[in-house]
Design a protein around this ligand. Sequence first.
Ligand code: ADE
Ligand code: ZN
Ligand code: ZN
Length: 260
Amino acid sequence: MKSQIIIILTIIFFFSLQSFSNPIWGPTGHRTVGKIAEKHLKKKVKRKINKLLNGESLAFISTYADEIKSDRSYSEFYTWHYINFPFNTDYHDCKKNPKGDLATGIKTCIKVLKDKNSSQKDKVFYLKMLVHLIGDLHQPLHVGRGEDKGGNTIQVQWFKKGTNLHRVWDTNMIEEWNMSYIELANNTKNLSKQEIKNYQKGTIIDWIYDSQSLAKVVYASANSGDKLSYRYSYDHFGTVRNQLQKGGIRLAKILNDIFG
Ligand code: ADE
Ligand code: ZN
Ligand code: ZN
């Protein structure tokens, strides 16, 4: 009897781990942001970046910051992937995560890349981090509530499989769409020069507020235990695509400013 209980508890434990794991825009989302950014880079900037990355594309390196999560020696960067502060408050007035957050992470990357005394090795590392973090900034739940770890503890079903709200937005909706990152990047809305400029306006903190306002809509869209499927994508995949496009356009703006 006792051993049966232990087996059951072990199974429950592993199932719960599965739905907490992988708190990241999946690779397809990050690569789409990188690919869209490349379309908006100045020629000179493209050349400089290509040299720095030794021929690898922004799409290719966009997932590096998640890959290094498997290596403990990079644990200091883990909190850079998200930012949690109460809704309807000023970021500057809130208690900061002493380990750093999306805002301080992005600012550090920009500082290192702008510094002419930075080593090549540091420039490559922080460029890879920057490309990834601008992607994360545009996943609304990376600017979500701290209490539920940006939706990671809100358990839901996706086409009858256990997952959580964060993962639905990082990965499940994008994977369900079943398009490659190239296809997603090649099927963005046509925007006028003025619309692109409008997206590129503002500071990193303004863009964080923009994502946070979408996070409110995301939290209102589902409750713990909900069974999500086609209707959820029908209602929200447009927001995902729009965020990927905004992310790419804004990443290009930052890179054009640094390397232009
Ligand atoms: N990933 C892990 N913890 C998180 C949090 N608190 N907010 C958003 N994403 C996260
Ligand atoms: Zn995530
Ligand atoms: Zn991330």
